[in-house]
Design a protein. Structure first.
Length: 316
């Protein structure tokens, strides 16, 4: 943004704050640096969003969103409030995608929460496989899944696979069942996850059923099926144990050869043998850490979500 544009923006922002008041946003773990990095031009005033052609954009939003995912009070909202909702929904999506672009390469999980207006209200950092199970009713959650590529492989191993076996790295790491349950239980508008390869996923719980015994039963059955989906996708503990034992055995051989090569040189311990041992080790490792189960979960999540009226899609 040019200096002139920045100046105009600041003047307009100041006028809006003076006219509509400055909105208050409660935040947890969100620093000024985070806000300035992700949303430097965030709206500070309480001014509602507007659209150039309300009738057109409202009808377009209704058709694209679907009745299952409109707020339950949508039919009673004024045109002004519908416009405001649509503008803030667009803004939430823009902020969500910007966040996903920033966290996809992180080796640990990062969680951001947006309120219904798209304001960043929560940030927390977890470890390689978990972050806080928190959410905001009517809001949006965004987090990343480092997956096996970030947590179980070294940079040199990934480089070798990219050069010699790129097919082994193809795969997705979508939502876990706890991610989905958190979104439903807390009444989120939308939940996003991005994996270390840049695949983006969206889950939106249906909003057309009010809290009731019927809804609780549906949510419980959905959770049960999600649990079965994960259990059926991955190999048995016995098979996994055998795979891990093979990987460890091949790694021991590789490291033993590398130690001898370092001591006695490549004349007696040539690289072609080392590469063969490395190939065997990584072949076993990628089989043990196969992305195939996640592909099954990705397909099953879409089918199950549709069955129960929710929305799940892979965005990229």
């Amino acid at each position: 943004m040019s200096i002139v544009s920045m100046s105009k923006y600041l003047v307009r922002q100041a006028k809006q704050v003076a006219t509509f008041g400055e909105k208050t946003v409660e935040r947890n773990g969100v620093t000024k640096e985070i806000l300035d990095d992700i949303t430097p031009f965030r709206r500070l005033s309480g001014k509602k969003g507007t659209l150039s052609d309300p009738k057109y954009f409202i009808e377009k939003f209704e058709n694209e969103t679907g009745s299952n995912f409109l707020p339950q009070n949508w039919s009673t909202l004024s045109v002004e409030d519908k416009m405001d909702y649509i503008v803030k929904d667009r803004y939430s999506k823009l902020v969500s995608h910007k966040i996903m672009g920033k966290i996809k390469d992180k080796p640990e999980e990062h969680l951001y929460l947006l309120n219904k207006d798209g304001d960043i209200t929560h940030y927390s950092k977890g470890d390689g496989g978990y972050c806080s199970d928190v959410a905001i009713k009517g809001g949006t959650s965004i987090h990343n899944h480092p997956g096996y590529l970030k947590t179980m492989y070294s940079d040199s191993e990934i480089k070798y696979l990219q050069e010699h076996h790129p097919d082994k790295l193809i795969g997705v790491t979508p939502f876990s069942d706890s991610d989905i349950s958190t979104a439903i239980t807390n009444g989120e508008k939308a939940a996003y996850v991005v994996d270390s390869q840049g695949h983006k996923f969206l889950f939106s719980p249906r909003k057309d059923i009010p809290d009731s015994l019927e809804k609780n039963k549906s949510d419980i059955m959905f959770a049960v099926h999600l649990n079965f989906l994960g259990a059926d996708a991955f190999p048995s503990m016995k098979v996994q144990s055998e795979n891990v034992e093979l990987v460890n055995s091949l790694l021991e051989k590789l490291e033993g050869f590398e130690a001898k090569q370092k001591k006695w040189g490549r004349l007696f311990y040539p690289n072609r043998t080392k590469n063969k041992l490395l190939d065997n080790y990584l072949e076993a490792k990628t089989n043990a850490l196969s992305m195939e189960p996640f592909e099954k979960i990705n397909k099953g999540l879409k089918e199950l979500s549709a069955q129960y009226g929710h929305k799940y899609e892979q965005l990229s």
